[in-house]
Design a protein around this ligand. Structure first.
Ligand code: WTA
Length: 545
């Protein structure tokens, strides 16, 4: 992998002096240019450092870094020596980080001091040492700058098998425990490289910018591997779209003459709120193709993206895919999708029967393609159960889908117990488990509620052990942020004296969803053990977190 994304361009392709990344820091005063040759040299140094620390082919390395060049250097250094990287999004809490380090049994963590709290450092060290025999957490023992300075900048790549693992990336599981999705070297290289090239119509003089975080699959594929495999020049942005002003995205597009721009509907909806004024100050005429990913895009956001950002002349590519599957879709002028080469979708009904023509149902895939995940790390059984058990012979995406008369696929959103908040996928079980950790909570149920900017947000019903306890919303919100991270901050917390349950004790989430959305027409309530509960919950709806 590393040879293909770096050495090949520098040594064979004469792209050594080409810019690989324009790094733009959170503050506009911080920026830097990195050529392919410089990147290769940093990667080799880092690879030697990792080797020096005892990391060998097949070992796992956890990475918990903000969007700085060191993040890309470390992931490629892992690839170079055949170590498996496990990147944890920096917006996750330190507890989430610990959980992932333990599951992957990483021997090294590469991190930036400002992200780690004192306490966590202790926990990580402790737990990891107990769990793995030979693990040495070097954490504060070595400083990046010091070890990099003394490290040689040549390092022969480790030659890997096509099916060797390249990385683990955790995604939410319906049980609440994250699943370590495993991708392998050759299939992932092929699909990131091809989809990047064809979906974004890559040309050598493009300046490409994907605003995702590398802590998510979109960043892995479309900031690091896909663009580098094509010898592309990308923008790497550490900051926020509204800092220090709401025109920051547009300013960066003008500054680097970005030609291809890839972002998420949640960012578009956020920026739409400020109107057209912030865009008018900047020259966006370099833009040629716009992309969107992460969640279904609503018509209003799509139109604004197309007409205001793209000035009506740039195709919008809506790319549907998952951490697990590597695929993207075709450029088109409307937010609908055709499958990429090698991907064969089908739509099934509840009974697993295939539906033809204009229809709606479960989106599944008929056969695998090289870029699809290989397993869940150390849990092949969970892999089979999660993706292949419901409809034997098909991969189940967990998404709903509609096919129109022209054969386009329209993704309608998750139809399992997953939530998509600002493009971040999480499971209701995961948030419920975090709430239940609080000593005063006896039961919790979490549902989604539509949100203008985030797409969906978290509405939590909480039953307290002691009913007389006063409102503790702020405390619960804090504990979820501590446990999972700020991305899972609940928007609404409602005290629920009881939850609506069937006679067999199953929580009726459909009803809770309707209460959260204030939809009065509840339909058939005859299966409820105690229908009065619903009325009480309706009367006490929460309108603010
Ligand atoms: C959703 C992100 C509609 C979907 C790349 C999927 C989308 C989940 C789109 C995967 C899109 C992603 N239109 N929905 N263009 N892209 N999704 O694993 O529900 O973080 O199953 O991968 O995001 O999220 P993940």
């Amino acid at each position: 992998m590393c040879y293909n994304v770096l050495d090949r361009h520098v040594k064979e392709g004469k792209l050594g002096e080409k810019v690989a990344y324009y790094w733009e820091g959170n503050s506009p005063d911080h920026h830097m240019t990195i050529t392919y040759r410089q990147l290769l040299s940093h990667v080799c140094r880092c690879a030697n450092v990792l080797k020096q620390m005892g990391v060998k082919r097949g070992d796992r390395v956890s990475i918990y870094l903000p969007m700085i060049p060191e993040l890309i250097v470390t992931m490629l250094a892992c690839a170079r020596i055949g170590a498996v990287h496990s990147i944890v999004f920096a917006g996750f809490s330190s507890e989430s980080l610990c959980e992932r380090i333990m599951d992957a049994q990483s021997s090294v963590l590469v991190t930036a001091g400002k992200l780690l709290q004192h306490q966590t450092y202790a926990i990580c060290l402790d737990v990891t040492c107990c769990c793995t025999r030979s693990c040495k957490m070097k954490l504060r023992d070595v400083w990046w700058d010091e070890v990099m300075r003394d490290s040689p900048d040549e390092c022969e790549p480790e030659w890997m098998d096509a099916e060797d693992p390249l990385f683990i990336l955790y995604t939410s599981g319906s049980t609440g425990k994250p699943k370590g999705v495993v991708h392998t070297v050759a299939g992932y290289l092929l699909y990131t490289s091809l989809t990047f090239r064809y979906v974004f119509d890559h040309h050598p003089d493009d300046v490409y910018w994907c605003t995702a975080d590398i802590g998510w699959i979109t960043g892995h594929s479309y900031i690091t591997y896909g663009p580098l495999a094509n010898g592309a020049t990308s923008v790497l942005f550490e900051g926020l779209p509204v800092h220090p002003h709401v025109g920051r995205f547009w300013e960066i597009i003008e500054k680097y003459k970005v030609t291809k721009f890839y972002t998420a509907p949640t960012a578009i909806r956020l920026l739409m709120k400020y109107g057209q004024e912030p865009l008018r100050k900047y020259d966006l005429s370099s833009l040629r193709i716009l992309g969107t990913v992460g969640e279904p895009i609503n018509p209003e956001a799509w139109r604004w993206y197309h007409e205001v950002v793209g000035q009506g002349r740039c195709p919008v590519v809506d790319t549907f895919w998952q951490t697990e599957t590597h695929l993207t879709s075709n450029p088109d002028f409307i937010f609908q999708t055709f499958p990429f080469f090698g991907v064969e979708p089908a739509i099934l009904n509840e009974h697993g029967e295939e539906l033809e023509g204009v229809t709606e149902g479960y989106l599944v895939f008929r056969k695998p393609w090289p870029g699809i995940m290989r397993t869940i790390y150390k849990n092949q059984e969970l892999f089979e159960n999660t993706y292949f058990r419901k409809f034997p012979g098909f991969y189940v995406t967990g998404d709903g889908c509609r096919r129109d008369k022209d054969g386009y696929y329209w993704i309608t959103g998750r139809i399992d117990d997953m939530l998509n908040v600002s493009g971040h996928l999480m499971s209701t079980a995961e948030v419920e488990a975090a709430l239940m950790l609080h000593q005063s909570v006896s039961e919790a149920a979490v549902v989604s509620r539509p949100h203008k900017v985030k797409g969906e947000c978290l509405y939590c019903f909480v039953t307290l052990k002691d009913r007389k306890n006063s409102d503790q919303s702020a405390v619960f919100i804090f504990s979820v942020r501590e446990k999972i991270g700020p991305i899972a901050t609940p928007d609404f917390i409602q005290n629920a004296p009881a939850l609506p349950k069937t006679r067999s004790g199953k929580i009726m989430r459909r009803i809770l969803r309707q209460i959260a959305r204030n939809e009065k027409d509840l339909g058939d309530l005859s299966t409820l053990a105690d229908p009065k509960v619903v009325e009480v919950l309706f009367n006490q709806r929460s309108e603010a977190a």
